[in-house]
Each structure stands twice: as C-alpha cells, then as structure tokens.
Design a protein around this ligand. Structure first.
Ligand SMILES: NC(=O)c1ccc[n+]([C@@H]2O[C@H](COP(=O)([O-])OP(=O)(O)OC[C@H]3O[C@@H](n4cnc5c(N)ncnc54)[C@H](OP(=O)(O)O)[C@@H]3O)[C@@H](O)[C@H]2O)c1
Length: 178
C-alpha cells in the first residue's frame, strides 16, 4: 500500500541551470548574499529521508565538516561500488524506483532527492518526483554540471509558490499528473 510520502527535488542552481562547476565547486553559490539559511531549515523539517549520488556524498565529505550534516535522517547514497553502510548512510544501487516503492510502503515524511544530476535524471525518467523546489542564484556560470541532463522525460508543472531570500529566488512546483 503506497503511503502519501512525497518525493521532492530540493536544490539550488545558477540562473543558467548549473548545480556545480565541472570541478564540483559551489563557491559561486556560497558567495551570494542570501537571508538566514535561504529556506533550507523550513524544508528540512518536512523531510525524514535523503537520497543522493556518490559524487554529491564525496563533495559533502570533502567539506571536512565536524560531523555528518544529516544525522537523524535516513540517508541513502547511490553507488555502483561495494561500500559497507556506516552509521550515517546506507548505500544503494541500480533501480531508483525500487527504493522509492520500498520507502513508500512505510509511513514517513517527505523524501528529499538531493542530487546530483546523474541521479535526478533517473528519478525524472522514472516519473518519481512529486515536487520540485529550485533556489535560483543570481549568477551565470556558463558551464558546469547541469541541473537537468538530457533524457527521456517531460514534466508539466504547476507553480505553487515563490519565496525570495535576499538575492535568491525559490521556485516551488508541483508535478502535474492526470
Ligand atoms: N547546487 C546544489 O544544490 C547541489 C545539490 C546536490 C549536488 N550538487 C553537486 O552536484 C555534483 C554531483 O552531481 P553528479 O550528477 O555529477 O553526480 P551524483 O548524481 O551526485 O552522483 C553520481 C554517482 O552516483 C552513483 N549512481 C548514480 N546512479 C546510480 C545507480 N542507478 N546505481 C548505483 N549508483 C548510481 C554513481 O556512483 P559511483 O561512481 O560510486 O558508482 C555515480 O558516479 C557535486 O558537485 C555536488 O556538489 C549540487
């Protein structure tokens, strides 16, 4: 029985639609003057599960934070390597739809698909995303890792709201399904 747990893409991008430079830098994002935590904590409280790709996980580890930033959430990292789970994350592979089906079997809050775009593309192609929030940074970086890769998908969206956090604009969409 599918629970009504929404699968949400919540992500920041440059105005020209990149989520990082080709070298995985987010300097261009952190240089922008925002407001508070730019809506992150408001969203964060609505999700209890986080899914990311291994490259995004590696980027997080490279930040040398004192502790894993998403403790208390159920975190899944997609990789094709054989890596044992640790106290913070479980490693997953292959079909992204299976994990979502499994998660939706049990009650819970929103499921945050954090990215990056290799993973996002698969969620879009499997039509698994229910809501999209993109926080747009006022910067054009010309090249990098695109938020939306080419793929076999088409989503019609309904704009459900916008927020501004100083220089950032947050766009909130619901995926339309007939
Ligand atoms: N702007 C933002 O808000 C934001 C948010 C998230 C990420 N990012 C940035 O995005 C960049 C990473 O994006 P990306 O698209 O290059 O990489 P990604 O999606 O984060 O990770 C790609 C990796 O995930 C694994 N993977 C993907 N699909 C899989 C599947 N079906 N089964 C098993 N493993 C699978 C593979 O790992 P293996 O190679 O280990 O097999 C693959 O190399 C980073 O720079 C990160 O900082 C930015």
């Amino acid at each position: 029985m599918k629970n009504n747990r929404k699968v949400v893409l919540f992500i920041a991008a440059s105005l020209d639609g990149y989520i990082a430079t080709k070298e995985d830098s987010l300097e261009w994002l952190y240089n922008i003057e925002g407001e508070g935590d730019n809506g992150l904590s408001k969203f964060y409280g609505t999700a209890d599960t986080i899914i990311m790709g291994k490259r995004t996980y590696d980027w997080l580890l490279d930040q040398e934070l004192e502790s894993f930033p998403y403790k208390g959430k159920e975190c899944y990292v997609y990789t094709r390597s054989d890596i044992p789970d640790n106290e913070d994350v479980r490693f997953a592979r292959d079909n992204v739809a299976e994990l979502i089906a499994e998660l939706q079997e049990k009650p819970g809050d929103k499921i945050w698909v954090m990215g990056g775009s290799e993973l996002i593309q698969q969620y879009l192609e499997e039509d698994l995303i229910d809501e999209i929030t993109v926080t747009v940074a006022p910067v054009i970086i010309g090249e990098g890792i695109p938020l939306f890769r080419e793929g076999k998908y088409h989503l019609d969206l309904e704009l459900t709201g916008t927020e501004t956090y100083n220089q950032f604009v947050e766009l909130n969409y619901k995926v339309k399904r007939s």
